[in-house]
Design a protein around this ligand. Structure first.
Ligand code: USQ
Length: 381
């Protein structure tokens, strides 16, 4: 496959690019360094510096001899994306290229506008470029489990059969997101579904839960290939944040009652899922949707894991509930289906003491670099 990874500099984009390259595919990476720049602007930089994409692809080539073309530019700029698609002619497009943070999207009006314009604009341009240059290509779009919110009924895998006054129809499962960021993902899904129906595009939309972890098969032997690892309140996901907090001796920041339950997955499983989605593409005029996570945890359960593993490493881990800066349900029903990717062959890498101590040992080797002030500043909505 000729795989174009949009957002190839990100936490998941770079590991995905290496994984597909290692599996023998022709991969190109594209990014405009939006996340790097926003992290710098808001003083939320990652745990250890990562080389830029040109450097990363050179290092990758030293390891495996494979080229990976790099495109630096903004997907909202039509002349740029038009040139990239004309030149690379992808047959699979993996689209991570969005402002990825819920707290950032709720920071202020400028951040809200940036999130809306960037996320909807980039996805719209990707669709238009596909229509122009590769209408038969398969688009794999990263959505989020947060699109569904936390409804009081079982969450199905993307769709729901509705019976109404004796008639029935399949609809997108109802969506009710909890932040502007998550709402842009809902809007993306609608946009894609419209173009699938109208132009017969082939799209897979992956409803992914929060991801944790550092290590993948491709980065084990060279730290320069590690993904960006955010632990700040704006860009870090909760389990990665707790791992850093434990190492830094900062009480774990459980928001509110800590009963908020989500579907989580190891970064290794993100890569497995992307490969399975690419190898089992949507047909012409089909929108496939998978719920992409392996197990559900409440925030309290995650804190218990980190406390247990941290204490066994000789750290003294304290858990401290703080007023929830977010508007979300802290005790709720949560039962999402997630059989689609398992049926395709996903072998989950479940959370274990070994997995968590691996992450925490790595974090510990950078403990001097942790900036405590980044752990909690209270972005609320
Ligand atoms: N939480 C805490 N303490 C913290 C950080 C988070 O209790 O210090 C709680 C949050 O309130 C929330 C849960 O942990 O209930 C998850 O928060 P998160 O920051 O790990 O995840 P979220 O903001 O939902 O966003 C992350 C990624 C996003 C992705 C999403 C998947 O940043 O890109 O789309 O996970 S999902 O949550 O399924 O929508």
């Amino acid at each position: 496959m000729r795989v174009l990874v949009l957002g190839g500099d990100g936490y998941l984009g770079w590991p995905t690019a290496m994984h597909f390259s290692a599996k023998g595919h022709e991969v190109a990476v594209l990014d405009n360094y939006l996340r790097r720049n926003l992290a710098r602007e808001t003083d939320n930089e990652i745990l250890y510096p990562t080389p830029n994409l040109h450097e990363r692809t050179r290092i990758w080539k030293e390891h495996c001899g494979k080229d990976m073309p790099v495109y630096i530019g903004d997907l909202c700029d039509w002349s740029f994306i038009n040139r990239v698609f004309a030149e690379f002619q992808p047959d699979t497009i993996i689209h991570y290229a969005e402002q990825p943070s819920a707290p950032y999207s709720m920071l202020n009006a400028d951040a809200a506008r940036l999130t809306l314009n960037n996320n909807i604009g980039a996805t719209g341009n990707v669709v238009l470029a596909m229509k122009e240059h590769c209408p038969d290509a398969h688009l794999i779009k990263l959505g989020t489990m947060g699109e569904y919110g936390t409804p009081n009924i079982d969450i199905e895998e993307g769709w729901l059969d509705i019976e109404h006054k004796g008639r029935s129809q399949k609809f997108l499962f109802p969506r009710q997101a909890g932040s502007l960021y998550h709402t842009t993902k809902v809007m993306d899904t609608d946009l894609l579904w419209f173009y699938v129906r109208t132009w017969g595009l082939r799209v897979t939309d992956l409803m992914q839960g929060p991801v944790y972890g550092i290590f993948t098969d491709e980065n084990q032997h060279d730290d320069r290939l590690l993904p960006c690892f955010a632990y700040d309140e704006v860009f870090g996901t909760v389990l990665n944040r707790f791992a850093v907090q434990a190492v830094a001796g900062h009480p774990l920041t459980v928001y509110g009652k800590g009963g908020q339950t989500r579907g989580y997955l190891n970064i290794k499983d993100t890569l497995q899922c992307l490969l399975l989605a690419a190898e089992n593409p949507a047909n012409t005029g089909e929108l496939k949707i998978y719920n992409q996570f392996t197990e559900t945890f409440s925030v309290n359960q995650l804190a218990d894991w980190v406390q247990k593993v941290g204490n066994s490493m000789g750290l003294s881990v304290e858990v401290k509930g703080i007023d929830n800066p977010r508007k979300e349900m802290e005790e709720h029903y949560y039962s999402p289906a997630h059989t689609g990717l398992l049926e395709l062959g996903l072998h989950p890498t479940l959370l274990s003491e070994e997995v968590l101590s691996g992450i925490m040992n790595k974090v510990n080797s950078h403990r001097e670099d942790i900036v405590s002030d980044r752990i909690f500043r209270g972005v609320n909505w």
